[in-house]
Design a protein around this ligand. Structure first.
Ligand SMILES: Nc1nc2c(c(=O)[nH]1)N[C@H]1C(S)=C(S)[C@@H](COP(=O)(O)OP(=O)(O)OC[C@H]3O[C@@H](n4cnc5c(=O)[nH]c(N)nc54)[C@H](O)[C@@H]3O)O[C@H]1N2
Ligand SMILES: Nc1nc2c(c(=O)[nH]1)N[C@H]1C(S)=C(S)[C@@H](COP(=O)(O)OP(=O)(O)OC[C@H]3O[C@@H](n4cnc5c(=O)[nH]c(N)nc54)[C@H](O)[C@@H]3O)O[C@H]1N2
Ligand SMILES: [Mo]
Length: 768
């Protein structure tokens, strides 16, 4: 039997701090995931559901974007994948009576944990202006409201359309068509806060904003550098791939301020060794770097390689550099001039230590660098990632087996959403193909990204906000500003599976459209529909849910969008033309449109049929073809940057606990880090606690400091407990989304505009 949802918010007074774990997964993970599954969906449904994750012709795991090893074998057990599935397949329900019982203002007092744990949304709901309660509304009326609001806008740029990365290719393609058909490119997405820096750096240097490796390359790599990523929690299936690489002799280097359990030791629940014995030691070397020191680390590696080439030759791939790259001379001249002392200062590592790491690179025949948020959410993320490309280019490690760049994506279809057009700065080639397919003219002016959308909302320039999944209010930086911005909007619309803060911090009128998730059967016109997604390595495959949906009153994202298109575009001059009803009753029709608009999707429907997978073309990976402005892979010379921490201050990174999926809080533990029954903690070096005059276990306020246009700005997050932790001096860590109030809206990465969630200057204050 499933259990009832929690009745209270997290009670931080129950917090316990225990020892850190030194290995990941193993039997405790299986037990924990099963416990959560059974609580959410009972025993029978748990068994039925968990066996279908990532199976041939089953559903794509809504957990992360790490690719499948082989979809024909039994499901690979993944603790956090199982938790993501249980969250969605839960038997708990949020029905109209729930909203009748709780006013919106009462709901807004609850935390993300309580809200998300109430269960699946079942019915479209409307909140009238000034209304204390959401009330049920029919689909026709809800969609009618939205269409009218959109059609009545004086300027389509007064609407903002957010996307989170779970939306299927089919729905995302229709969504961008709706938005462009209306006349705007205001398509901010979670990617703006996530891997945007990766896209920016890679597009410029190698001509494609994606990684260049497949899962087979991971197995075949000689050296794997995993930087700024915590796969034990966020991409658990990656650990099996690393284990396989390891068995074939690969060297693994973990670059992280924190000793993350999964990277250091892995107990594979699939193998007897993992279950019964100590498991596999994954990282051969743990490089405990300072927050934001990675650009310096990769410059140091490059510098060492260049020096070795000078001394003994045979280190660099000169033929590759000559034939395929540009900018080598400028890069080399720049790097040799950077003094070692600066590289030491930035990384917190000594020159001999930096050279030791660089030696691993020198000896490697095939290097892959994997990274995630630890590298993308800094002011200097784009130059940092360009520096990774530099190092790989030196030895020709792009477009060769076992080598390349591997940005590890988060949301299960965030990469696919971008491929099919969720982008505020679309390419001309995409727009012209779209225009031709649907006989209209899309807008050319760029739209708002996430931070720009918040500014526009703050400044009262947005009348309609629509969220296709996600939780805009909690996921974005500078929570107070975002909340005010949401309240300025006339109509907020959220297409969601579960309740979250973006429903209870709302515009003057608000609509909730409940939708199907990946695990739900999607039956249209009497036929089970399938959708498709793209994983982190550019492989596209189908996904088909099998469970009875949480209510009969849900529409799929696709159906919501086809109906909106029909209503919004009816008799609208110059609007896109398509047979919306036919698309709703057979999603293959949407795939046919996509196949004519986006290169690489030819014969789309057939190539995902019967559990098949296909890879999208990738010039650098497939044929060392670099579609940049000069047709070459570009070295870049980047001035060294690293964060400055004023005296008496700390640099705070905001990260995920083991029991959460972004703003969805599954539970109250961060088992690997030894945190139990609470979330408001700051992990901090014991010497800093003492030096700043505090005591371990003390509860403090965090105050962020930001030099704004009119002087020093302060933002406060109250009541966090100090936990002594193995982190470099003056580098602290705390969980998101609780700390998003501290992240200044204007603190963004150069070029990509990503909020600097891994580098917030804070001071600790005694509680009064
Ligand atoms: N279970 C679960 N799975 C998830 C998610 C989830 O919330 N829960 N979220 C999904 C999403 S959307 C994403 S984007 C990914 C996120 O996956 P991750 O990027 O692994 O997530 P974070 O928790 O932000 O962890 C950042 C890691 O980088 C390290 N780090 C921080 N700053 C630096 C730095 O300056 N240098 C270096 N070298 N390391 C640094 C941190 O110590 C931490 O280990 O996971 C996806 N998968
Ligand atoms: N401080 C700080 N801020 C961060 C980050 C950080 O590391 N630190 N990380 C950033 C990153 S990497 C990301 S990706 C963003 C995440 O930002 P978002 O993607 O906006 O946030 P999520 O918490 O993943 O969204 C959860 C909600 O999505 C809805 N949902 C789930 N599945 C589906 C579905 O299939 N369809 C629909 N329509 N809705 C669904 C549910 O209602 C759920 O409440 O946050 C960013 N914010
Ligand atoms: Mo993400």
């Amino acid at each position: 039997m499933a259990t009832r949802p929690p009745t209270q918010d997290i009670d931080e007074s129950k917090l316990r701090v225990g020892a850190r774990e030194t290995s990941a997964v193993g039997v405790p993970a299986v037990v924990h995931a099963l416990k959560i599954s059974v609580e959410q969906m009972g025993l029978v449904r748990s068994a039925q559901t968990l066996l279908r994750v990532n199976q041939k012709d089953g559903f794509d795991c809504p957990g992360c974007a790490w690719p499948e090893e082989d979809r024909r074998h039994t499901a690979e057990f993944c603790e956090n994948g199982a938790k993501a599935v249980a969250e969605e397949a839960t038997l708990r329900r949020v029905e109209p009576e729930f909203f009748a019982r709780h006013s919106v203002s009462e709901l807004s007092e609850h935390d993300d944990y309580w809200l998300g744990q109430q269960g699946r949304l079942t019915t479209p709901m409307l909140l009238d202006e000034g209304g204390p309660h959401y009330r049920p509304i029919s689909w026709d009326a809800a969609l009618g409201h939205i269409a009218t609001a959109l059609r009545e806008l004086d300027d389509p740029n007064e609407a903002v359309f957010y996307t989170s990365g779970r939306t299927s290719n089919e729905a995302a393609f229709l969504y961008q068509l709706l938005v462009r058909g209306l006349g705007t490119n205001n398509l901010p997405d979670c990617s703006n806060m996530c891997h945007e820096s990766s896209g920016s750096a890679l597009n410029q240097t190698i001509g494609i904003g994606k990684g260049t490796v497949s899962i087979v390359d991971i197995h075949e790599a000689d050296l794997l550098i995993v930087a700024g990523q915590n796969p034990g929690t966020n991409h658990p299936r990656m650990l099996s791939a690393l284990e396989k690489a390891k068995e074939r002799g690969a060297t693994i280097v973990a670059v992280n301020p924190l000793p993350e359990a999964g990277l250091l030791q892995f107990k594979n629940p699939q193998t007897p060794k993992g279950v019964l014995l100590g498991g596999t030691k994954l990282a051969d070397d743990f490089v405990q770097i300072r927050l934001g020191g990675d650009q310096a680390l990769f410059q140091a590696i490059g510098k060492h390689l260049l020096e070795a080439e000078d001394r003994e030759g045979g280190v660099l791939d000169q033929a590759f550099i000559r034939e395929h790259t540009a900018g080598f001379a400028d890069y080399a001249a720049h790097i040799v001039d950077i003094p070692w002392v600066q590289l030491e200062e930035a990384t917190g590592l000594t020159e001999p230590r930096l050279r030791e790491i660089a030696e691993l690179a020198r000896r490697s025949k095939a290097t892959i660098v994997c990274w995630a948020m630890g590298l993308t959410q800094h002011k200097h993320s784009v130059p940092t990632l360009r520096e990774i490309v530099n190092v790989l280019l030196l030895q020709g490690h792009i477009g060769r087996p076992g080598a390349g760049v591997c940005p590890v994506r988060g949301h299960s279809n965030v990469q696919g959403d971008r491929t099919v057009g969720i982008y505020e700065k679309p390419a001309e080639s995409f727009l012209s193909a779209l225009d031709e397919e649907f006989a209209f003219t899309s807008p050319r002016a760029h739209g708002y990204d996430t931070v720009e959308a918040i500014r526009a909302m703050r400044d009262g320039k947005v009348k309609v906000f629509m969220g296709m999944g996600g939780n805009f209010v909690s996921a974005t930086p500078d929570t107070r500003v975002v909340e005010q911005g949401m309240r300025n909007v006339e109509l907020t619309v959220q297409v969601s599976t579960k309740l979250n803060r973006s429903h209870v911090v709302h515009g003057r009128r608000a609509i909730i459209l409940p939708t199907l998730g990946r695990t739900d059967r999607d039956r249209r016109a009497g036929v089970d529909q399938r959708v498709s997604v793209e994983d982190s390595m550019g492989a596209v495959h189908g996904s088909r849910g099998r469970l009875a949906p949480p209510s009969d009153d849900l529409l799929s994202e696709v159906a919501i969008l086809t109906r909106l298109c029909e209503l919004v575009f009816a008799d609208r001059p110059g609007a896109p033309r398509a047979d919306w009803r036919a698309l709703e009753s057979d999603y293959a029709g949407i795939r046919a449109h996509i196949s004519r608009v986006i290169p690489g999707f030819e014969d789309y429907d057939r190539r995902i049929d019967k559990g098949r997978i296909f890879y999208l073309p990738n010039g650098p990976r497939d044929e060392r073809r670099f579609p940049t402005h000069n047709g070459k892979a570009n070295f870049t010379a980047n001035a060294l940057e690293y964060p400055f921490i004023p005296d008496g201050r700390l640099l705070l990174q905001t990260l995920r606990s083991h029991d959460q999926y972004n703003t969805t809080i599954y539970g109250k533990d961060d088992r690997y880090r030894g945190i139990h029954d609470g979330r408001r903690v700051v992990l901090i070096n014991a010497a800093d606690i003492a030096e700043l005059g505090f005591a371990a276990g003390e509860v403090v306020d965090l105050v962020s400091e930001w030099q704004g246009p009119t002087g020093l700005e302060e933002r406060r997050a109250e009541a966090f407990r100090l936990v002594p932790y193995d982190t470099p001096r003056r580098n602290a860590a705390a969980y998101y989304p609780e700390t998003n109030v501290l992240v200044p809206l204007d603190s963004t990465a150069d070029v990509s505009g990503t909020p600097t969630s891994k580098a917030v200057v804070v001071r600790l204050e005694k509680r009064v």
